[in-house]
Design a protein around this ligand. Structure first.
Ligand code: CA
Length: 223
């Protein structure tokens, strides 16, 4: 894979660059957000490993501007432990995955392999599509097979989260954190209830279900 690594700690850069190259990847490393954005906009990378805390432009701003420019390069965020809001913000801005520091190198490789398998979204700006489902993220309009769906704001937020992670199983914990900011044990039930309401509108009237339950793990949106 052709990788862009944006990270400002020299030790981490050296360690990751060496390991990734040994695994057969080509790595461009930059130490600040402005360089990361310039390279990301100018080059063709298979994935970007983006530290949140970068000098100049931070990781969020790099990602926001990259997506605003219509670039869909998969982004793996590196965030600090216990910063739930960082992870949620990253996913909201269109990051594809995140890793919490410190992480095992083997896990980074596994996440990168997973990213490489992601279908590339069409660079159509605000449109997210899964099968015959279309989400217009600018107008917050959802249609399936051309039929408009009326969703509550929480149902919409859940659908968008799942759609942006099409094919990836999201745990109840991750969903609860993304929708409510924190996770309490009781929220497992809230997530399940919300999924039931969404499913009744999204899948029940149609022939093919898109929202799937992965028992003991979570939920996934896929064709
Ligand atoms: Ca940093």
């Amino acid at each position: 894979m052709q990788l862009l690594l944006a990270e400002d700690e020299q030790k981490t850069i050296d360690y990751l660059t060496k390991g990734l190259r040994e695994d057969g990847h080509a790595v461009d490393a930059v130490g600040n957000g402005a360089d990361a954005l310039a390279l990301a906009l100018g080059g063709e990378f298979d994935a970007i490993i983006l530290d949140v805390m970068l000098p100049g432009l931070d990781g969020w701003e790099v990602l926001r501007r990259l997506r605003a420019a219509g670039r869909v390069t998969p982004v793996l965020f590196l965030t600090a432990r216990d910063h739930v809001e960082d992870r949620v913000r990253g996913l909201d801005l269109g990051a594809n995955d995140y890793l919490i520091k410190p992480f095992a190198f083997a896990e980074l490789l596994a996440r990168l392999r997973n990213l490489a398998r992601l279908p590339r979204a069409a660079p159509g700006g605000g449109l997210v599509a899964v099968g015959d489902l279309e989400i217009d993220t600018l107008r917050h309009r959802v249609t399936r097979a051309g039929q408009g769906l009326r969703l509550t704001s929480k149902e919409y937020a859940l659908l968008l989260l799942l759609a942006r992670n099409q094919g990836r199983v999201l745990s109840r914990t991750l969903i609860a954190e993304a929708l409510w900011g924190v996770f309490y044990d009781q929220q497992s039930n809230a997530v399940d209830a919300l999924v039931r309401r969404l499913r009744a509108k999204l899948d029940t009237p149609f022939e093919t279900p898109l929202l799937h339950t992965i028992r003991g793990t979570g939920y996934v949106l896929d064709r």
